[in-house]
Design a binder for this molecule. Structure first.
Ligand code: NI
Length: 203
């Protein structure tokens, strides 16, 4: 132990950490409000993408024209946030009844190394037959994530090549039948709140 360390350093570090934590929380809240404070795609969330579906077939944003896309970015090894969110989406779609037919829920992986076409297919299907899992090359994923302002980063958890988790932002994006951004939907809502929000947004 370094006994020459000034005694004040601990509280100073604590304040610094508290300050940074607050800053991160404010940035998170600000980003969501910034996404929300938007009428009709004025700030350009979303855009053209080219990805692969569960069968390994190339799909683009145009593949889903005519339906609302409910887009979520995550990864299949995610221990909690992704499965919780997708379960809530599945329940919300059940609650929406006939209106749910207007929506195609898309799960886009931010971990294309592990989440191959067959992996995303199986994962998406676990939440319901209407769920579409999409993967792509690292470049294709980077492109679509940038368009949706999605943050993701690899976080090593051990020495092996598979020992990592992915940090990622967690927001649902509702896009209209022409692929234009309608609104974000908070991913941490209950399925009831999510259904109610979606119902209003679908009109
Ligand atoms: Ni996740």
């Amino acid at each position: 132990m370094n006994t020459t360390k000034p005694r004040q350093s601990s509280p100073m570090i604590l304040y610094a950490v508290m300050g940074m934590t607050l800053a991160v929380l404010l940035i998170g809240a600000g980003a969501f409000m910034w996404l929300s404070d938007n009428g009709s795609g004025g700030i350009g969330i979303g855009g053209p993408f080219t990805l692969q579906d569960g069968a390994g077939k190339t799909v683009t944003d145009k593949t889903f024209r005519g339906k609302y896309m409910l887009v979520y970015f995550g990864y299949t090894h995610c221990p909690d946030v992704c499965p919780t969110t997708l379960n809530a989406v599945a329940d919300a779609l059940d609650k929406l009844g006939a209106k749910a037919k207007k929506i195609v829920p898309l799960f886009i992986t931010v971990d294309p190394e592990r989440d191959t076409a067959s992996v995303v297919k199986q994962y998406a299907a676990a939440f319901g037959p209407e769920f579409v899992g999409l993967t792509g090359t690292p470049d294709e994923i980077a492109t679509v994530a940038k368009e949706y302002r999605v943050y993701y980063a690899k976080h090593p958890t051990g020495p092996g090549p598979d020992d990592y988790s992915m940090d990622h932002s967690s927001v649902l994006y509702l896009m209209d039948s022409d692929g234009r951004f309608v609104a974000p939907v908070r991913a941490d809502l209950s399925s009831g709140e999510m259904a109610s929000n979606l119902s209003k947004l679908l009109g």
